[in-house]
Design a protein around this ligand. Sequence first.
Ligand SMILES: Cc1cc2nc3c(=O)[nH]c(=O)nc-3n(C[C@H](O)[C@H](O)[C@H](O)COP(=O)(O)OP(=O)(O)OC[C@H]3O[C@@H](n4cnc5c(N)ncnc54)[C@H](O)[C@@H]3O)c2cc1C
Length: 388
Amino acid sequence: MERRHYKHIILGLGALGSAAAWALARRSGGDVLGLEQYDLDHARGGSHDHSRIIRLSYNTPFYVELAKGAYAAWARLEAEHDLPLVHRVGGLDFFPEGGAIPLSDYADSLTAAGVHFDLLTGEETRKRWPQFRIDDSVRVLHQADGGFVSARSALGALRRSARDHGARLLEHTAVQSVRDLGGLIEVVTSSGVFEGEKLIIATGAWTNEILAQLGLQLPLTVTQEQVNYFAAEHLSQFMPGRFPAWIWLDDPCFYGLPVHGAPGVKVGQDVGGREVTPATRTFEPDLGTLRRVSRFVQRVLPDLGPHLFSKPCLYTMTPDRDFVVDTVPDHPDIVLAADAAHGFKFAAVIGEIAADLAAGVTPAFDLKPFAFDRPILREANPVRRFLT
Ligand SMILES: Cc1cc2nc3c(=O)[nH]c(=O)nc-3n(C[C@H](O)[C@H](O)[C@H](O)COP(=O)(O)OP(=O)(O)OC[C@H]3O[C@@H](n4cnc5c(N)ncnc54)[C@H](O)[C@@H]3O)c2cc1C
């Protein structure tokens, strides 16, 4: 007789849900069920591809401390598999003169958190990383722990660990409805009905479809973004160890990573895509975004080109670009882990925080910035500030 009752049920097995499954399975063994509507390696959400930037350099001390927690959590997963997942190739943050994002927010936050960094001139940066063509009006923050997570390997490791600790992860099992029965949650899926004592919702761009089942909504914005891969005559110049992870912190904002998992150099625009829903999104790269990224590449990374291919991907953002990691109001047995489209690096620690909330344990972090009912999330038309 197939088992239908679990202590913990997780909806959605992208980066956040898979991390929650690992964290919960470590605590309650096999009493964990994870549900995913597609196959685990699908490319329809926000977590697919080979690499994701990880960094300590953030614009608030809270995020710097959370990032420290993320590095520690990924290290725990690496130890379980004896597998390197985080690659500290160095991180560069570029702040063009008169740009939209102040360097001081980042430098002050790192200083407040006791994290070492260097401020470089354009010339010093060109000397160390001649791949970049920037002039001296650009100030550069270098932080040595910056780098990338091997995203594909990390997702595989999270799920393997969850299963090794006894969790049951079901693919091709779409959740159709959720009912809070008070002390028990009924979850109706395409493969029958399950019940759980605690529920974690980690459904990315589909979050409001699930919250609607509880009569709730959040002002989330979903956009169709893409990563773009470029060739290089001397690809070795862009390998880890010779090329950093980098972010051009301005509006528009661009970012990139060294070669990993694909024979090209990845460059993207942060929040460069159009607003979509999971139903209206396409799988075609956006030519407007590609033109903007290509123009930036020609100007700042002239050794790159031609363009090889692009991969679409979904961003899900709150108006203040802070996550929602909280118990759902009036539903003490339901926890929401909602993304803000910079969450992969934090997945391992957000999974642990969500598991804490589900287990009634006080998390190590003050979660006020991630509250479900914070003022901006209760506004009818909140001002959206995606670049910070
Ligand atoms: C182009 C791009 C570049 C990025 N770069 C970075 C970066 O460099 N660094 C970084 O930290 N972050 C980055 N991010 C953000 C990061 O990837 C996301 O924050 C993170 O992957 C989101 O994970 P998630 O689990 O919330 O969402 P998802 O991976 O989308 O997972 C949600 C899952 O829920 C499932 N689901 C939904 N509804 C149902 C249902 N009814 N039944 C069953 N299953 C359901 C979906 O199928 C999906 O698998 C980037 C994102 C994109 C798109």
